[in-house]
Design a protein around this ligand. Structure first.
Ligand SMILES: Cc1ncc(COP(=O)(O)O)c(C=O)c1O
Length: 439
């Protein structure tokens, strides 16, 4: 079979022959045509279903989750839709037909840039502002290593900041002489905090030496939403030069508009809520910051990326098949749409919250409202140690969630996605209620 015919076969397998269109023979254009290897057919089907009838059980058929798994841990790691997985596998197969052509021969340059454009539109910025990296942790390592900080400078964040966005600062502080200050966030007060309270709690900590403020858009312990624009502008007004936000829990769950947010940097992990292949991340670097931030990896030929965020993703040979599948994951999520997502996730959260309030021994430790919270909530289960409850719930009910016993919490973190049914939330409530009763 010729190269072109094999390619067409794969294309048809993924997208359906009707959407393939007419391809030009040249190798170079094979790359461009890869943009058309999309999950369109599957995405349209599942998008229509969830947007219209909202049959969650049916929607689960679009995924690979095992039948006995009650998966309430989308905040730790997402699960990829079958359609995106299929597109990813197709890219992997195509790449192996002529690895040089796709990696270094330029065939996938246009498709890579098409994914950047899609991702930029998804988070509300320009393609030039966005580096396609591995994950949030890498994004923060780029910042900690590359910002012009030295003796006398302070990096500030609360105890709600994730280790992946915290430890890198400690590491670089040692050798570069700047300091890192963590302030205690009143995590047990979270249910009653307003957006203004969250801003005030940060602003009163900013001091004359604070040059960097870091915060999570949504934290991973209790799911508190941090107001982007208010925190960023408040910090800038007080002389903070660099505002860096951890968006690991946000991209794919909540709509994001970076260009108008006033934040300087935003790192994210689309393998959680965007349900992209594991190990593909985003780093937004505001235009004015690109003169200040040095790249973490340096290699040949980087002059060609000067002035754009592409310089922060140039570490040599990379996983282009996974990167292209990010584009398919964005298509999939876009077909569902922000409004359906908000309605469905907030309804699920309300059901969980009501169940917790109605069950003796369970305590809600997250924001009261959807507007201050997210699809990620912390529940205290009687006096039971959260890790022990998790082990028991996993073995007895197939439940997967994240136990926490830090920051004064002793909680089960429940993070449902659209694929989750209300019955599955019920399985958790029943298991937690029984454990609290016995405990
Ligand atoms: C808020 C937050 N930040 C950062 C990370 C680290 O993500 P990654 O391992 O994708 O870098 C996580 C992972 O759970 C997280 O929840």
């Amino acid at each position: 079979m010729s190269h072109r015919r094999a390619f067409l076969g794969q294309l048809a397998a993924v997208a359906g022959a009707a959407s393939v269109g007419r391809l030009v023979d040249a190798d170079r254009l094979l790359g461009a045509s890869m943009q058309r290897v999309s999950t369109t057919a599957a995405v349209d089907r599942s998008g229509a279903r969830i947007g219209g009838g909202r049959d969650f059980r049916d929607f689960r058929d679009e995924y690979l989750l095992g039948p006995g798994v009650v998966y309430l841990n989308h905040a730790s790691i997402g699960t990829v839709p079958k359609a995106v997985q299929k597109a990813h596998k197709t890219y992997l197969d195509i790449c192996e037909e002529n690895p040089w052509l796709y990696m270094w021969g330029g065939a996938w340059e246009e498709p890579r840039e098409a994914v950047r454009e899609k991702a930029a539109a998804f988070v509300g910025c320009e393609p030039e502002d966005l580096a396609l990296i591995h994950n949030t942790t890498e994004g923060f390592n780029v910042l900690a290593a590359g910002l012009p900080l030295g003796p006398g400078d302070e990096v500030l964040f609360s105890t709600l900041n994730h280790p992946g966005a915290s430890i890198c600062w400690d590491h670089c502080a040692e050798s570069r002489g700047f300091s890192v200050r963590r302030f205690e966030f009143p995590v047990l007060d979270v249910p009653s905090l307003s957006a203004a309270d969250v801003v005030e709690l940060h602003m009163r900590e900013v001091g004359p030496r604070t040059r960097v403020l870091v915060f999570p858009h949504v934290d991973n312990f209790v799911g508190l939403r941090h107001p982007l624009r208010e925190l960023a502008s408040g910090a800038h007004e007080r002389g903070v030069e660099f505002v860096a936000v951890d968006g690991a829990q946000t991209v794919g769950m909540l709509p994001i508009a970076l260009a108008s947010s006033e934040v300087d940097f935003y790192a994210a992990s689309p393998h959680k809520w965007l349900q992209a292949p594991k190990g593909i991340g985003l780093l937004y670097v505001r235009r004015a910051m690109r003169d200040e931030l040095r790249p973490l990896s340096v290699t040949w030929g980087q002059e060609r990326w000067a002035g754009t965020a592409r310089i922060y993703e140039d570490y040599g040979t990379r996983d282009l098949p996974g990167l292209l599948a990010l584009g398919d994951a964005i298509d999939f999520q876009s077909a569902i749409g922000d409004q359906t997502k908000r309605e469905s996730l907030s309804a699920m959260r309300r059901a969980l919250q009501a169940g917790v309030e109605d069950t003796p021994g369970l305590v809600w430790r997250s924001p009261e409202s959807w507007e201050m919270g997210a699809s990620l909530a912390a529940v205290e289960v009687g006096g039971l140690e959260s890790a022990a409850f998790f082990e028991r719930a996993r073995q007895e009910h197939g439940l997967v969630f994240r136990p926490f016993s830090t920051l004064g919490l002793n909680t089960a973190r429940i993070s449902p996605n659209l694929i989750t049914s209300h019955e599955e939330v019920g399985v958790f409530l029943e298991a937690a209620g029984a454990a609290a009763w016995e405990g």
